[in-house]
Ligand binder design. Sequence first.
Ligand SMILES: *Cc1c(COP(=O)(O)O)cnc(C)c1O
Length: 410
Amino acid sequence: MSERPTHAALIQFPVVDDQLIVGGMTVAQIATQVGRTPFYAYDREAMSRRLRELREALPDGISIHYAIKANPMPAVVDHMAGLVDGLDVASLGELRIALDSGTPAAEISFAGPGKGELELQGAVAAGITLNLESPGELERALRIGEVLGIAPRVAVRVNPDFELKSSGMKMGGGPKPFGIDAEAVPTVLERIRNSGAHFRGLHIFSGSQNLRPDSLIEAQDATFELAYRLADAAPTALEMLNIGGGFGIPYFPGEQRLDLGPVSANLEERLAECRDRLGDTEVVIELGRYLVAEAGIYVCQVVDKKTSRGVTYLVTNGGLHHHLAASGNFGQIIRKNYPVVTARRVHAGPRELVSVVGPLCTPLDILADKMELGAAEVGDLVVVMQSGAYGYTASPHLFLGHPAPLQVLV
Ligand SMILES: *Cc1c(COP(=O)(O)O)cnc(C)c1O
């Protein structure tokens, strides 16, 4: 038996008669229901299960927010709204989707550098929490609050003086466009004290896509320490402390699923300590990818099969214009294959070494580079797994003018 790690271990969906089952249906059934390919399908039960397991694993008393930029499809946000304690948005468009879901304004926060005048007005009018990214943004929010006669609800997003190690994406430490440098935060807190704003608390987000419990624990410890230090300068007790998230999911062979055990045990201690130090501050973790990525698939259809100097290509109607991340062009340094399967031959049947490409006239348009897949012919459906986050909305649909993919929640 070969011990080489494969993608098979990453498949989260049931396989019946060697066919992938998503939302209780075969992928072919979903394709017939949708009416055309390519499409994204998101499994609502998979999301519910992820939330149940996460709540089970995490200590009581921690709030879970969904960062909707991971997947802002309104039907997905509506579903998630019923499972989480709040939503985090990053634009006015996302704010509308969050409010449409029925989530109360008090449970919505808005982070992101460069919030424009209309975005700040919309946020203040709605009564959501603004996670302030700069002293200038605070001044603009205060002026808007005066004009509207509404006290802005503000939290300070801190650019921490540490970073989340071994992260897919570092969002804190050193110079960053995100948040206010930790050392400059006391002055901003003083300004809030002397303004009419409603102070909510602190937001400390240090990174993303992390699979290492030790790195997450180290960052969480540093986050609480930083929060205790800054709380001394705060105008009022912290109603809320958002400690970020950063929980990752496995994409590539050999990646170990994040072990929540040690992270949770550490959080339990930190929560008890936090109650001693800060009182009954609501501690929030905000997660995007971890909640939805594994619940989604991207499905495209083989249009042509050809060989070129010994390499077999499955040419599909989907590609990087729909799924930039799977093509390796969204933050990957060395391109690796996402888990890809032939929908009707997941584990068994004849296998073939193929490259799956899209219809774009660029060598970047690759969905799988020399992968062993169940043999596929023209008309077969090819599935890219781990596609529920940063897929549809993180891809350049207009590039080359093909139709956009569809999206369904099943
Ligand atoms: C993008 C983002 C998230 C979500 O990150 P994931 O890796 O999807 O969990 C959370 N918080 C903030 C501030 C973000 O910008």
